[in-house]
Design a protein around this ligand. Structure first.
Ligand SMILES: Nc1ncnc2c1ncn2[C@@H]1O[C@H](COP(=O)(O)OS(=O)(=O)O)[C@@H](OP(=O)(O)O)[C@H]1O
Length: 176
């Protein structure tokens, strides 16, 4: 029993919540969830479950980097911490804010609140997908949600994408 308690105590002491060492972002329906799940099979990776939306949502970003760190999973020293939020790709200020993450990680490295990964450059993994199949996938997801909520099916794909014949005026959610 003592051995078990000692083991639990030791493994707890060795893991902590750290800022991410890698971020997956990119287009909607680009396969980011699948990528995260494949990467997570490696025991040297500790991945956040839900999308965090720290850099793209002001309400989250304004809570600061200590809030962001709290959202991360526990990780041991040799594990790489990773999160995925595709929307960082389409919010301009999110990309600018991610540069601040690199500075915060460097501070953590300097004060020893770190692993070997914290002291290495932040890794950004950008996912893109052939735009037409991505668009159809996004449209299908939106229609599926409407059906599950017992709502009327939405407009045809062409009506969603083009407004006055111009895709730039179409619905942002589906075209970006
Ligand atoms: N391994 C692999 N290779 C290629 N494509 C894959 C893979 N895994 C998932 N998918 C396809 O990715 C689409 C879902 O993307 P996301 O997980 O990024 O969706 S989401 O934006 O997080 O909702 C979704 O696309 P569609 O099937 O066209 O809707 C998945 O089928």
């Amino acid at each position: 029993m003592l051995r078990i308690l000692l083991f639990i105590g030791l493994s707890h002491a060795q893991s902590q919540k750290r800022l991410p060492d890698a971020i997956i972002f990119g287009v909607r329906k680009g396969g980011t969830r699948a990528l995260l799940e494949f990467v997570e099979i490696n025991s040297k990776v500790s991945a956040a479950g839900p999308e965090i939306h720290f850099f793209d949502r002001d309400a989250n970003y304004n809570q600061g980097f200590s809030w962001y760190r709290e959202q991360m999973p526990e990780a041991t020293e040799d594990q790489l911490v990773i999160e995925k939020t595709p929307r960082y790709f389409v919010v301009k200020k999110a990309v600018e804010r991610m540069q601040e993450l690199q500075r915060k990680r460097q501070e953590d490295c300097d004060r020893g609140f770190a692993s070997k990964w914290t002291c290495k450059p932040l890794k950004l993994v950008l996912i893109v997908r052939e735009p037409v199949s991505r668009l159809i996938s996004g449209y299908t997801q939106i229609q599926d949600k409407r059906l599950k909520l017992n709502k009327e099916p939405g407009p045809e794909l062409e009506q969603e994408v083009f407004k006055n014949g111009d895709p730039a005026q179409g619905k942002g959610q589906i075209t970006r």
